[in-house]
Ligand binder design. Structure first.
Ligand SMILES: C[S@@+](CC[C@H](N)C(=O)[O-])C[C@H]1O[C@@H](n2cnc3c(N)ncnc32)[C@H](O)[C@@H]1O
Length: 273
């Protein structure tokens, strides 16, 4: 996979040399190219921003440097269709970044990121490139960062670990929180490792039983417990067909019951523990 990042803070992307992403780069699984937007400015002050039309606080990033930088990055290897690039625009006003979107992006061969600063980029830049390639405007959460570089790091790490051969154990993301399939999009429950006793704290007996069926059931119950507590919205949205008899029993114990459409909701009569 190829990744291009255009930014006014190339050094902010240094973590892309570390850990999983860094190793994937070293192995040639990821071709990361970081470009300094100021290399496409031609005035004495390397200006990338200007005052907003219509007035108001803050500055807006100018069209010309972005257009010139993106044209050059894209010219080097431009392809259409399935092999072509997609533009990933970090913005708090974008669609939420989810595991599902990470999977979708991991299937593309080339991502071009435009992390902004100030009040964002003149809208005409996104409109212009949307005529040439798919554009994903993506938010990493309901808060406002000072710039999009941290969002690029977040998205890159979530996408890179899904690429074939990047994680040591290909099964690792099968049981992750939000994973579709067997995990049904639930949160993952608690995990434990050696030693078996630490500061008078043991580990759940069942994990030592060697009984795969019981361990799987315990993990599933813990996933349900954690998801109902921390992310009830995930249970509410879940297709009820993913819940087996034991899941339903556990959900009932946790104070949830199916509504008229079969989807689970909190039982208003349930007593809070
Ligand atoms: C100060 S923010 C601009 C916020 C903008 N005025 C708004 O309210 O939508 C500057 C840049 O940081 C990045 N950014 C900030 N919050 C983000 C978020 N939650 N997700 C993704 N990118 C974000 C975007 O690149 C954004 O253009």
């Amino acid at each position: 996979m190829r990744l291009d990042v255009v930014t006014i803070f190339p050094e902010y992307l240094e973590p892309l040399n570390v850990s999983l992403v860094g190793k994937a780069r070293a192995r040639g699984q990821l071709d990361v190219r970081v470009h300094d937007l100021r290399d496409w400015t031609y005035d004495r002050h390397n200006t990338v921003d200007d005052t907003p039309y219509g007035g108001g606080p803050g500055m807006v990033m100018k069209t010309e440097p972005w257009g010139a930088a993106l044209d050059d990055a894209l010219a080097d290897g431009y392809e259409h269709g399935a092999h072509g690039p997609v533009l990933v625009v970090p913005t708090p006003s974008g669609r939420p970044f989810t595991q599902e979107l990470a999977v979708e992006l991991s299937e593309r061969p080339w991502l071009v990121f435009t992390p902004a600063r100030y009040e964002g980029i003149d809208r005409r830049v996104v409109d212009e490139y949307a005529t040439r390639m798919p554009v994903y405007e993506v938010s990493i959460g309901d808060y406002v960062l000072a710039g999009g570089e941290a969002a690029v790091l977040v998205i890159t790490e979530a996408v890179a670990r899904l690429l074939p051969g990047v994680l040591g154990n290909a099964e690792s993301h099968r049981d992750d929180s939000f994973a579709p399939g067997a995990m049904a999009g639930l949160l993952e429950g608690p995990v434990y490792t050696k030693p078996p006793e630490w500061r008078d704290r043991g580990i759940p007996e069942v994990l030592l039983s060697g009984h795969h069926g019981k361990i799987a059931r315990w993990r599933r119950d813990e996933a349900l417990r954690r998801t109902t507590a921390n992310r009830p919205d995930l249970i509410e949205r879940c297709d009820p067909a993913v819940f087996d008899k034991k899941d339903r029993e556990m959900l009932s114990i946790l104070g949830w019951r199916p509504g008229a459409d079969g989807r689970f909701g909190r039982n208003p009569e349930a007593v809070e523990e």
